[in-house]
Design a protein around this ligand. Structure first.
Ligand code: SAM
Length: 318
């Protein structure tokens, strides 16, 4: 189980085999569906009802109590489901960071986010800065990367880019608690800082994820969306040949916006063309989550009965 989760993911997606990871993944999927069975409350969610919520919550959650509630078939809230999904990490929820709950979307175009983030000294932040890198853009709480980093020490480095400083601060505490040396979180407006940051990284960029970015529904706010043309260009340019990009959203309009931008890139193939075992529905959305674990937004959306729209691409070999 200590072997590389991302390499397993890569093998799974490229060769159709997850190797030793499959039982673990199956167990996780089974756990997820069990959690959903006991907690799912289906009600339609229109764009008007979309709200930021639990992924920012730092309220105290006791995993043992949550597990007991689940076994008694008591309805679980999003933060409780998230705590259960990430129970392996044993994270402390009693951090002295003030109240971390954030309801509003930030405006990345405001002047306070217009200064590009300077790259760190990679030798200081990773024990081996030549390892392949996964970058999660708009990583929220960072739990997904923490979970992956714990699975893949000495194999892959993980970089989380997040525009809300408090979330970065909390993630940094968790990195320290878990004593991980293959993960780093940066407070950054990824739209303007991504390229500069990843081109300074000494190793190859192997994987980029943009998972459930803020929707900014109003047309006049679309320019606040995380994925803009220059960022698409920067991702494609900096990705290693064979490197992969995963996009997903619980808002079909946002998923389509991202998809349209990546589908038209010549240098990328959609994964179902690379690996036919990666099944899609008739509209080309991937049928399952290739990461082996759900993000916080994903857990919340599924609890609300929403579907997750996903696409995954691979950069052509030169
Ligand atoms: C809806 S949350 C999703 C978080 C996580 N990916 C998940 O799926 O649970 C979107 C995240 O993107 C962050 N974000 C939005 N614009 C950003 C930007 N320009 N640069 C970096 N992060 C950004 C937000 O602060 C928020 O934490």
């Amino acid at each position: 189980m200590a072997s590389s989760r991302l390499l397993q993911l890569h093998n799974y997606t490229t060769h159709g085999s997850a190797g030793a990871s499959l039982p673990h993944r199956a167990a996780r999927v089974a756990l997820s569906s069990l959690l959903l069975q006991t907690s799912l409350s289906l009600h339609p969610l229109s764009s008007l009802h979309y709200h930021s919520h639990c992924y920012c919550s730092s309220r105290d959650v006791h995993v043992a109590e949550v597990a007991e509630k689940r076994s008694n078939k008591v309805h679980l809230s999003s933060p409780e489901l998230v705590a259960l999904e990430y129970a392996d990490l044993n994270l402390s929820y009693k951090l002295d960071l003030g109240h971390v709950r954030i309801r509003q979307h930030v405006n990345p175009l405001s002047s306070s986010f217009s200064v590009p983030t300077q790259p760190p000294d990679w030798n200081q932040v990773f024990s081996d800065p030549t390892l392949p890198l996964m970058a999660d853009i708009g990583c929220g709480s960072g739990r997904l990367l923490l979970w992956l980093a714990k699975q893949n020490p000495g194999v892959t480095n993980y970089l989380g880019l997040e525009i809300r400083q408090k979330l970065v601060k909390r993630a940094e505490v968790w990195v320290k608690d878990l004593a991980l040396n293959n993960i780093y979180f940066l407070f950054a407006n990824a739209t303007i800082s991504f390229k500069h940051l990843v081109t300074s990284y000494p190793g190859p960029l192997m994987f980029v994820s943009i998972l459930c970015p803020d929707p900014h529904f109003k047309k006049r706010h679309h320019k606040r969306r995380l994925l803009q043309k220059p960022l698409v260009g920067a991702i494609v340019e900096t990705l290693m040949p064979g490197g992969q990009v995963l996009i997903q959203s619980d808002v079909v309009e946002v998923a389509l916006d991202m998809r349209n931008q990546f589908d038209e890139v010549e240098a990328l193939l959609h994964m179902d063309a690379v690996n036919p075992s990666m099944l899609c529905d008739s509209e080309g959305w991937l049928l399952s989550n290739p990461m082996g674990i759900r993000t916080e937004r994903e857990i919340h959306a599924e609890l609300e009965g929403q579907r997750i729209f996903r696409r995954m691409y691979q950069k052509k070999q030169m």
